[in-house]
Design a protein around this ligand. Structure first.
Ligand code: PMP
Length: 382
């Protein structure tokens, strides 16, 4: 049996699969089992910001793996300590404390618990089209994919994204937190309006609710800044992180200030903050800083978006982007174009049924981006 048949026989078919077996990566290039190369505009769904098989991260993992891989939270650890200091140094102001976990969903789970415990309230206001993960708490804050798993947690309500009036109506003195993405990723690459974000911050302050910002997808240079919060000069109470944090090794983090950190209550994780993931994250963040990946994402995002704005196609409704988080909203279904792009050597993502989403590694070259634009013109311009 080949890899495909093994997976079909022994795995879980929870995702619609693409007809390719990916065996190797380097930078923004992936190779299949036959040696065919692809320009990767998926980056493991926004994970490989620093590129596949990044040598600095690979070296850090190798070194740490020979020293210490696991170390429970009941002990201090030198590598974890250095990562916590590093996170505090890159975090938006006021978010100096971090709880380390293993995924985006887990970071949202923790944020929900922390917000309940800190405020003594149990209600959450979330955005339509928002996505926060598939575990039951994170799914309760997620607008889609929920129906077949109900009943979920009580107390979660949904308001239209970017509508300040509806938010005012929904947030009360019983609201523990408002949960927001600054660019909705799975929901179609929709960028928050500045006034909306400012209004949400002020409203939370007025009502004594916390503002949880989910930067699992937008964090770590993806949008042209270390965190998307910086575009909005926003100081959330709780910041959820994962995906790009450790160069592909599973890790999540919840950042918060002293007040929340002091009141979070009992929480924990066996793997959270393990030295192997911490070493990978330290190397990944150093790579981002040394290579100014945020500036690279801003510049390259502008380059690709400019090329796509010139795309004359009656199939395209709108191109949206912030940094290298790019959405091409079509007038019809996007799925068939992903297959066409793959045939032309470009791997891309969906966001909803009508949006082609591009999340390339931020180390992608301008030549590769031009090749992506050419493939899109070819596929959508026909
Ligand atoms: N929040 C956001 C904004 C995400 O984009 C995702 C993953 N797509 C998650 C949370 C969940 O992360 P994970 O799959 O690591 O649990």
């Amino acid at each position: 049996m080949n890899a495909r048949e093994f997976e079909q026989t022994y795995g879980f078919e929870v995702f619609p699969k693409r007809d390719v077996t990916v065996v190797r990566g380097e930078g923004a290039t992936l190779w299949d089992e036959y040696g065919k190369s692809y320009i990767d505009c998926t980056a493991g769904v926004g994970v490989a910001n620093i590129g596949h098989a990044n040598p600095q991260v690979a070296a850090a993992i190798a070194t740490q793996s020979r020293k210490l891989i696991t170390c429970p939270g009941v002990f201090y650890n030198d590598t974890r300590a250095r990562l916590l200091e590093k996170l505090a140094s890159v975090a938006p102001p006021g978010l100096q404390r971090a709880f380390l976990c293993n995924s985006g969903s887990e970071s949202v789970e923790a944020a929900i618990k922390f917000a309940r415990h800190t405020t003594g309230r149990s209600n959450f206001v979330c955005a339509m089209r928002g996505f926060h993960g598939r575990t039951l708490g994170a799914l309760s804050a997620t607008h889609k994919y929920r129906a077949e798993f109900e009943p979920l947690l009580d107390g979660f309500s949904f308001v239209p994204f970017n509508n300040g009036d509806k938010l005012v109506d929904a947030v009360s003195n019983d609201t523990a937190a408002v949960i927001l993405e600054l660019v909705q990723g799975e929901g179609g690459v929709r960028v928050a309006d500045e006034e909306y974000v400012t209004a949400a911050r002020q409203l939370c302050d007025r009502r004594g609710a916390l503002l949880i910002v989910d930067e699992v997808q937008t964090g770590f240079c993806r949008t042209g800044r270390m965190f998307a919060c910086e575009h909005f000069e926003l100081q959330p109470d709780i910041l959820c992180l994962a995906k790009g944090i450790a160069g592909g090794i599973p890790m999540g983090a919840v950042l918060c200030g002293e007040a929340v950190a002091a009141a979070v209550g009992m929480h924990g994780s066996t793997f959270g903050g393990n030295p192997l993931a911490c070493a990978a994250a330290l190397a990944a963040i150093d790579y981002m800083l040394e290579n100014d990946l945020a500036a690279q994402a801003a510049h390259k995002g502008e380059h690709l978006a400019n090329r796509l704005q010139q795309l004359r196609s009656d199939k395209v409704r709108e191109v949206r982007h912030l940094g290298l988080m790019i959405g091409i909203e079509l007038k019809g279904k996007a799925q068939p174009y992903l297959t066409d792009l793959m045939e032309r050597g470009v791997l891309a993502l969906l966001a909803g049924s009508t949006v082609i989403r591009l999340l390339p590694p931020l180390v992608i070259s301008l030549e590769q981006l031009d090749a992506v634009a050419d493939a899109l013109v070819d596929v959508l311009g026909r």
